[in-house]
Write a protein that binds this ligand. Sequence first.
Ligand code: DHB
Length: 393
Amino acid sequence: MTLRTQVGIVGAGPAGLMLSHLLHLQGIESVILESRSREEIESTVRAGVLEHGTVQLLTELGLDARMRRECAEHHGIYLRFSGETHHLSFTEHADGRSIMLYAQHEFIKDLVAARLAAGAQIHFEAKATAVIDPESRQPRIRYLQNGAEHELRCDFLVGCDGYHSIVRPAFPADRRKELAHVYPMGWFGILVEAPPSSDELIYALHDEGFALVSTRSPTLQRMYFQCDPKDDVANWSDDRIWARFHRLLETKDGWKPKTGPIVSKSIVGMRSFVAEPMQHGRLFIAGDTAHIVPPTGAKGLTLAVADVNLLARGLDEFYRRGTTAGLDGYSEAALRRVWRAEHFSWWMTSMLHRFPGADEFQHRLQLSQLAYVCGSPAAARTLAENYVGFPMP
Ligand code: DHB
């Protein structure tokens, strides 16, 4: 069977769903192909920070009702090092802007519900297998669903299918560049049934490594500590996990995290990756397909939303006025924001982790940088304005 649509989207993550929603509001038709089931995409645990601009966009689109009820608004973060905790205020250093703690899979649920309510075509468990005629004005994507092979023909094809994309490799190898950096550590993440340990997030650097105290709800908390990326969650009993958190988060005044039953344990790797350009002819890439950031600072989701906000505007100009300036400028404009977030995420990661093999000199540089961020309004602003994020493009 061959389907036909204006914009073919591979992947129902934040980028694909948001793009489909924005296009729908502009009267442009799209079809999403997603290899996983709806249940799986709605339950996979990811990060949980929405930047100020993302919240504003969701509000403008009327997608903010459940988020407003269930999220927590934060006006700063804590930086903890040398056994002391310092507050970095966004109110003071980022002109009163704030962030929202709202789990990515809850954001996905809201978007899927909005798309399906508007009659969208989201094909779950539809595995894209090949891009056909990538250079033509009508690229096609072949996919498998319920054991049968189908094709989707479209005016534009957008890869929102993550790092292992089927669309990115369809760009000719001599026209693209991939820049990557792998970090020698991972994050061990848990969900714990307990009340919040802190009113705002705590980013901690201890002599032995990094820890983060985050939150999901009044009864469920998200916490991370730095680990070997090749470690296995099976090696970590609950007691061993709490001993690690107590050590990495210890303060001179005896602060302790609130403990409880651990209901999820996982390890994420850390890397930086950028693919340039983000367009080839009528093929586009957005979100994790085009760029990955290490988790420190939680920039992944917002970058995906910013990409598709630009792309939707370019597609609107094309269908409404027949002009391609927005589409032609998409890659360059998106990459400007991407590289800012790449730098910020790398910088936060470098400042807050114990790198295997690093010496005392490097640790002292990190402590000096942290003290500078906490002591100088200019340095505090650098962190705060990047953390709350720049206006949506
Ligand atoms: C969370 C994840 C992050 O990477 C971060 O910097 C802050 C919070 C989270 O999952 O809550």
